[in-house]
Design a binder for this molecule. Sequence first.
Ligand SMILES: *Cc1c(COP(=O)(O)O)cnc(C)c1O
Length: 360
Amino acid sequence: MARVFNFSAGPAMMPLPVLEEIAKEVVDYRGCGMSVMEMSHRSKVYQQIIDEAEADLRDLMGIPDNYKVLFVQGGATLEFAMIPMNLMKNGVADYIVTGAWSKKAASEAKKYGKVNVIASSEDKNYSYIPDCSDLPIDDDADYVYICENETIHGTTYAELPNTKGKILVADQSSMFLSKPVDVTKYGLIYGGVQKNVGPAGLAIVIIREDLIREDLPDFVPTYCRFDTHAKNGSMYNTPNCWAIYVCGKVFKYLKSLGGLSAMDEINKKKAAILYDFLDSSKLFKGTVEKKYRSLMNVPFVTGDADKDAAVVAATKAAGFDNLKGHRSVGGLRASIYNAMPIEGVQALVDFLKDYEAKNA
Ligand SMILES: *Cc1c(COP(=O)(O)O)cnc(C)c1O
């Protein structure tokens, strides 16, 4: 078995102990004589799997009782549509556009109502987070929307926007469970799980109960109604049983490591190793304003596309995979989610230092 250090932005690296545990259970789940992927979602055994997953997630994140946890298919992208379909009561929402994902979310929301882009960092290729302390929030806005960690551009909020009393909705896909968050500051938090938690195709939605409406327009598909999922324990139809099971394993694993404060400590240390190197390097430089640097996605460039490509090829040959940057930023991007060990980041930095010395 040869595993590489996988710096993919997503689907991304999983913790090895979780993969090994799943491997042991894959043919015969705990004496059931069948795999989790073969069992009825209506079985007692599966009900216990989903119940424990939810309980462990609530415990990890400190989710208050007046919030529902929903396991929804369609990834984060379906939420771009479900959120406006369900939350636009006045038909207006304010979006802060800080990168590709919030831009996509805003353009999808336009299909369902009026979207105000109240702040944007597009002028500098989304390399910073705009000042969100005094934004022109629409009196009629049903919510204020952010992507709290922009996976492609590598930015994150230093502080949450002042929504002037409006509900805050956050896409946390690429920072989900990377650090403690105060759930009560949000009306809705969601994330596709394939960045920092589990297999693709599943989104986890954490929504304050009073925001789950029943008086929705007829056009909203049954599946796309939050009340459908809330009333049916995320099992209106066959859920993504396998992904929920794997996420449940990751939740238990994170708890065993000391929970989200412990993850935050490790993630800060990991990111510092890489950013300290970038700040001292003559060959490479980070692309994001320091204050807004993501702890999860670290884009960096040499400033020359051919040099960038040569570095990417050299890293790949040395056993570091998926470091090619997104085309909209160029260069390289190291995604260093929870499952990336500190040794992986240290080994990458050692390699880049050596590369720089040899190619000066
Ligand atoms: C990856 C990603 C998405 C899209 O996720 P899908 O599950 O592919 O729909 C949305 N938002 C953010 C921040 C992401 O990183």
